[in-house]
Design a protein around this ligand. Structure first.
Ligand SMILES: Cc1cc2nc3c(=O)[nH]c(=O)nc-3n(C[C@H](O)[C@H](O)[C@H](O)COP(=O)(O)OP(=O)(O)OC[C@H]3O[C@@H](n4cnc5c(N)ncnc54)[C@H](O)[C@@H]3O)c2cc1C
Length: 295
């Protein structure tokens, strides 16, 4: 696979060199969030590559963002702690009002605000998102939210959360994918005032949680886009998410191969390891690796 964005890759690799294996193993042992690593990535501007320059980011494309995440994982680090800071803002960027973008995006770009939680999945609604039942009822200038979410990652390490909920019941909507809306929830105010966050213990120290909504008030001004159109907005954002997480998986594969690929000469690849990902259209899909002498 040809590599692009070599300057970005080199810079990410240098940064990741400050966070070697023992750092990650200690975090895993202590079930601790890698705050220092996230702070370093933020300061270097790597988490704001997708935010347009007008709002304080570097205005680069998805290719640059995949290079960042692939290199993080190729270096043995874990982007899962903060990758959503890169792409969750896409819902706001594409569908938010100009006022909302001006208020939040510059602060997300500097890391002053963390928007790295998105609440979609529910105990009774996984793959079929149209089955969600968390409901936001309009009351004056607020929505009153009741319901439950599960597997909501990084909620304890985020200031804001993109929340998908129903504003019209499924059986009252023309299409099952209608009647869902996106709210931008300020977690700093919500926790203890109608929102309870309960951590779920997972493998790989993944900071994920269950959320319980009990009459949480969210101002109507925090509605993103049009009421009832939220499902489409969430799907828009998921395309970027899937591509970026795929880049992390490629990085993981390279990290593991580099660390463990044996060669007859000295038990490790001492030359240049090339990894080719062959797609399903190839006669033999999968990973192909080759260790060539360094030239
Ligand atoms: C560690 C972790 C972190 C997560 N973080 C977040 C997060 O931050 N925010 C969030 O909203 N969600 C999050 N999720 C939830 C994740 O996106 C869901 O797990 C996913 O949507 C699948 O839902 P489910 O687990 O209920 O599986 P199910 O929907 O029960 O699906 C199980 C399997 O059945 C298959 N299947 C389902 N329906 C059909 C069908 N009709 N026909 C054929 N096959 C079918 C699916 O493809 C899948 O393989 C996280 C999950 C995990 C494990």
């Amino acid at each position: 696979m040809s590599e692009t964005h070599t300057e970005i890759r080199d810079a990410v690799r240098r940064l990741c060199g400050q966070f070697p294996g023992p750092y990650w193993r200690a975090k895993d042992r202590d079930r601790a969030y890698p705050s220092e690593f996230v702070a370093a990535l933020t300061e270097a501007g790597f988490l704001s590559v997708l935010i347009p320059e007008t709002y304080g980011g570097s205005g680069l494309g998805l290719g640059a963002a995949t290079a960042v995440l692939e290199e993080i994982h190729r270096s043995g680090c874990n982007g899962g702690a903060c990758h959503a800071q890169m792409y969750t803002m896409g819902t706001l960027l594409k569908h938010g009002s100009e006022g909302q973008k001006q208020s939040y995006l510059p602060k997300i770009a500097t890391g002053e605000l963390r928007l790295q939680a998105f609440g979609v999945t529910e105990p009774g609604a996984g793959t079929d998102t149209t089955r969600i039942t968390t409901f936001a009822r309009r009351e004056g200038d607020d929505f009153i939210v009741n319901g439950q979410k599960i597997w909501i990652s990084r909620a304890e390490h985020s200031d804001l959360m993109v929340l998908l909920c129903r504003t019209t019941a499924r059986d009252e909507s023309v299409k099952s994918s209608d009647g869902m809306s996106v709210l931008l929830v300020d977690l700093r105010q919500a926790v203890g005032n109608g929102l309870t966050i309960r951590p779920i213990r997972t493998m790989l120290n993944h900071a994920t949680t269950e959320l319980f909504f009990d009459d949480l008030r969210v101002p109507v001004t925090h509605l993103i886009g049009q009421e009832g159109k939220g499902f489409r907005y969430i799907l828009d954002g998921m395309n970027a998410e899937r591509i970026l997480i795929a880049a992390e998986c490629i990085g993981d594969a390279k990290f593991l191969l580099i660390a463990h690929l044996p060669t007859p000469r000295n038990g490790r690849c001492s030359g240049v390891l090339s990894v080719q990902i062959r797609g399903s259209s190839s006669p033999s899909p999968g990973l192909m690796c080759r260790c060539a002498p360094r030239t």
